[in-house]
Write a protein that binds this ligand. Sequence first.
Ligand SMILES: Cc1cc2nc3c(=O)[nH]c(=O)nc-3n(C[C@H](O)[C@H](O)[C@H](O)COP(=O)(O)O)c2cc1C
Length: 166
Amino acid sequence: MTSTQPDVSPAVLREVCGRWATGVAIVTGNGIDGMPLGMAVNSFTSVSLDPPLVLFCSALTSSTWPRIKQGSRFAVNILAESQSDLARSFARSGGDKFAGVALRSAPDGLPALAGAIARLVCRIEDVHPGGDHEVVVGRVLATELFDGDPLLFHRGKTAGMALPVS
Ligand SMILES: Cc1cc2nc3c(=O)[nH]c(=O)nc-3n(C[C@H](O)[C@H](O)[C@H](O)COP(=O)(O)O)c2cc1C
């Protein structure tokens, strides 16, 4: 079925874009008080190989992103297929998202989620307005790669479990 309606509602756009399968990553950073911060994203994508640039989009309603942004660096932790519980925890707003979450030490000092299959350490290169989101472009400073398959997200679900997405 095709639809060419001029006014695309948020509900329609969400459903249409839900046909696009993605992975899930946890963007982490440190608050100015040194506390770990994190949020689940599926908008992560690569932008440029040389220079090495990636992006993700953060909703203007996010309370976590403005605090990560103050630190000028962030890490992207790409989740393994067994980590849908982390996608759920880090999609919550408020509370201690890191309670019970296994971290490993990383030389860059940004929160590193144990079990993630890849990790990118980034410096904020640009932040562009994008409607009700900000488009965050990061310059990749370092990468880590581990074995494992990715957690996939499709039509509002990971591994068959419905997740909240803002
Ligand atoms: C699978 C999944 C993907 C998500 N992707 C994004 C995203 O790309 N950008 C975004 O702003 N929020 C995304 N969210 C919602 C945020 O994780 C959530 O709104 C945020 O963590 C709220 O917490 P905060 O107020 O601490 O920022 C996603 C949630 C889930 C479960």
